[in-house]
Each structure stands twice: as structure tokens, then as C-alpha cells.
Design a protein around this ligand. Structure first.
Ligand SMILES: [Zn+2]
Length: 323
């Protein structure tokens, strides 16, 4: 993801013209169903397993190996309902093969929810002061692996507990390749997916994007594109988080405009997607956590408490809040 300054102003102006939060009619009421247990232990292991491949930078063998592993995991959990959407781009002189990975749970259900995260990691550590360190790819324990890990744990849960609605897990590639402010090379997987929808007329009720959901002390204020496009669902999910005792993570404050895969989905498709992303309401000391786009983004900054909070909230939404 990247900071959004000028674009936020332009997009906000467009929003005023078309006003497109059609999630206000969705209600996430307690259905009195039992919600299976999300294991942050298991999610943590899914982070470790991704890190064992090394940085997952498009165009590298580590990226391909990590992709194969994720596909295998999702195939096993979904009973084979996996589609890999392959595409290629040449970026900064590098030929990149990229892969969006999609897994369907309860595939017959027409009523569906989309859960997404990016699985690639950044080829450089822009926020390192030392230029030599800045050229090296980051491990991306939080920025990449954490969102995937929560979704893999949910996939594991769904393999044992069929969800009451259809759930699609979508792992975007090529989110974090662009150099700072070079937006055309960010969100490449999300762009490709919206331009080449694998299923015609795909219309889930809404989408949830998870990005940087694993760090100790994370805060998830209500990200502003999420409020603009899916505010009805955002407010309810943050209320659910508070009911579960997680209002220290899901803080009841308006956050920043963060450009991320959900911005592409919201502006280039009819699907409404919110983003649960660790950031600060006040950008004076940077919008993102100190480890963002540095080599500190490794296993040491990951917290099982944060993974548990995010996992519990999403599991509750999926299993107990949709009629
Ligand atoms: Zn990033």
C-alpha cells in the first residue's frame, strides 16, 4: 500500500459526484450460530512458513515456490476449488510472471463474501535510511504474510466447518512492486483481476481486504476509502470488534486514505471492499508503523494477540453475522 495525498482529493471529489456506498442495506446481525475457534498459533505458523521461502518478490524463484505452496494449501483446504490467474508484466526492465490465487468455499452458494490479501512482498526497503539496506527486499512478515496467514487459517477452519455462506479467498500478487509514488506498478494483481474477472457477474455482498494485520500494537482505524465505499459494513464490523473486546485494535476513529488493492476493486468494479490495515489516524510520525517497508518487518514484530483479534472478528462475520 502507499500513501495517498493528491489522489485522495481527486477520488473524494469523484465520490461526492456518484456516492457509492451501497453496503448500507447489509445488516450483520447476531444469528446465534456457533463460531468455530480461530487459532492464532496456527496463523503464526502460516507466517513462519511463508518467511521460510524468503522474500516473495515477483520474478524470483522464491516467489514461484511460495506460490506453489499457497496453491497446495488452498487446494487441500478447499477440496480442489482453486483457480490460479497468471499474468505477466515487464516492470523496470524485469519480466514478471505473477499469480492471483483464488479459492472457493461452499462453491454452490450464490450468496458470497470475498476475503483478500496481497501475498507478494516488496523488492526494496524504501524506508531504510541506509541506501545499501534500502535496495534489499523485505521479508514482509506483516506486509504480505500476515493477511495471507489469517486467510489460510480461515481456510483451514472452513475445511472442517462448512461456512453458512459462500466464501472466496483471493490472494493478490504484485501489490507492492512500484517504486514510491509510481502507482502504475502497485496493485498489479488487483488491476488484472478487475479487468479480467474469472467469473462473469461475480457479485459478493462485500469484500474484506487484510493488509498488515499481524504487528504487535497494531491499530486499525476506519480507513477512509473503506468508509466512502463500504461505510455501512465498516461501522458494523468495528462494532462487532468492540463487542468481542477488540476496540483497542479496531479503534473507533476515522483513519487515513490508504491506497491499496481495495481502492482498485472499489473504483474499477461494482464490488465494495473495506480494508483492515494497521495505520495511524495522525500522520505526524508517519501513517504506517515503524517497521513498514524496512527490514524490521520480520517475525519479531508479529503478535499472536493481533492475529487473534483480526481472526476472531472475520470468523464471527463469516459464521454468525450473515443471514
Ligand atoms: Zn507495502
Amino acid at each position: 500500500m502507499t500513501r495517498s495525498i493528491l489522489l485522495a482529493v481527486i477520488v473524494s471529489a469523484l465520490l461526492l459526484a456518484c456516492g457509492s456506498d451501497d453496503t448500507a442495506r447489509i445488516t450483520l446481525d447476531d444469528q446465534g450460530r456457533e463460531t468455530p475457534t480461530f487459532s492464532s498459533e496456527s496463523a503464526f505458523e502460516f507466517i513462519e512458513k511463508q518467511l521460510a521461502f524468503g522474500p516473495r518478490v515477483p520474478g524470483t524463484p522464491e516467489h514461484v515456490s511460495a506460490k506453489n505452496w499457497k496453491v497446495e494449501q488452498l487446494r487441500a483446504f478447499s477440496g480442489g476449488q482453486v483457480f490460479v490467474q497468471e499474468f505477466s508484466r515487464t516492470v523496470y526492465g524485469n519480466d514478471l510472471d505473477m499469480f492471483n490465487i483464488i479459492a472457493a468455499f461452499n462453491p454452490q452458494a450464490t450468496d458470497r463474501v470475498l476475503l483478500a490479501a496481497h501475498w507478494d512482498t516488496r523488492p526494496r526497503a524504501d524506508e531504510e535510511g541506509d541506501p545499501e539496506k534500502a535496495e534489499k527486499p523485505i521479508m514482509g512478515a506483516d506486509d504480505g504474510a500476515s493477511g495471507v496467514a489469517v486467510l489460510l487459517e480461515l481456510a483451514r477452519i472452513m475445511s472442517e466447518n462448512p461456512p453458512p455462506i459462500g466464501v472466496d479467498i483471493l490472494l493478490f500478487d504484485g501489490e507492492d512492486y512500484g517504486k514510491t509514488q509510481d502507482l502504475q506498478y502497485y496493485f498489479m494483481g488487483a488491476r488484472y483481476w478487475t479487468e479480467n474477472p474469472p467469473v462473469a457477474n461475480y457479485q459478493p455482498r462485500f469484500g474484506i481486504l487484510l493488509d498488515m494485520v499481524g504487528a504487535e500494537g497494531a491499530t486499525f482505524p476506519k480507513e477512509r476509502y473503506s468508509l466512502d465505499y463500504a461505510g455501512g459494513v465498516v461501522e458494523q464490523i468495528w462494532n462487532i470488534a468492540a463487542e468481542l473486546g477488540y476496540d483497542n485494535f479496531f479503534i473507533n476513529q476515522t483513519g487515513q486514505y490508504v491506497l491499496d488493492d481495495h481502492w482498485i476493486v472499489n473504483t474499477q468494479s461494482d464490488i465494495r471492499m473495506l480494508n483492515i490495515i494497521n495505520h495511524r489516524t495522525n500522520g505526524r510520525s508517519g501513517i504506517f508503523a515503524n517497521h513498514w517497508h524496512t527490514h524490521k518487518d520480520d517475525i519479531d514484530i508479529i503478535s499472536k494477540e493481533t492475529l487473534q483479534a483480526v481472526g476472531d472478528v472475520v470468523t464471527e462475520v463469516i459464521y454468525n453475522r450473515l443471514k
